[in-house]
Design a protein around this ligand. Structure first.
Ligand code: 5GP
Length: 127
């Protein structure tokens, strides 16, 4: 999928739309989700133009990959989540339920988060 420079996170990166910033470095920006699903719900995005994890892992430079991964760890630490734990999630593509076509990692924390996937959403799983 081609990168859409008008996606909402691209606008946030360009400063055209405000965000509740948690962390920023050369490689990544982190900000609180506008519709939080947990007491702490922060998004971490790479600064480069990548739609998905496949796109990022294939095309990003080693510095970009390292920078994004390190930023996620730094954000979790900055949010004080290391001791009690947290959930890291990336929705990719249609089946993943990705709404914004700029790669992002969700960090959820601040309370026990329950099952990994919501029950009852998958009609049938072939085993
Ligand atoms: P996805 O479903 O693509 O993994 O998640 C996109 C996330 O972006 C959703 O949790 C949604 O609430 C969040 N979001 C969408 N638009 C905005 C926005 O303008 N600002 C912020 N801070 N979060 C947004």
């Amino acid at each position: 999928m081609a990168y859409d420079q008008n996606n909402i996170f691209a606008k946030i990166l360009r400063g055209e739309i405000p965000c509740d910033k948690v962390y920023e470095d050369e490689w990544a920006l982190a900000f609180n989700d506008i519709n939080p699903q947990a007491p702490i719900h922060t998004l971490v995005i790479p600064k480069g133009e990548y739609v998905s994890w496949d796109d990022f892992s294939a095309m990003a430079t080693p510095d970009e990959v390292l920078g994004f991964i390190r930023a996620i760890g730094n954000v979790a630490q900055k949010l004080g989540l290391n001791e009690d734990g947290y959930r890291l999630l990336a929705n990719i593509g249609a089946n993943g339920g990705q709404e914004v076509p700029h790669l992002h990692a969700h960090i959820f924390g601040g309370a026990p988060l329950g099952p990994m996937l919501a029950r009852g959403h998958i009609d049938k799983i072939d085993t």
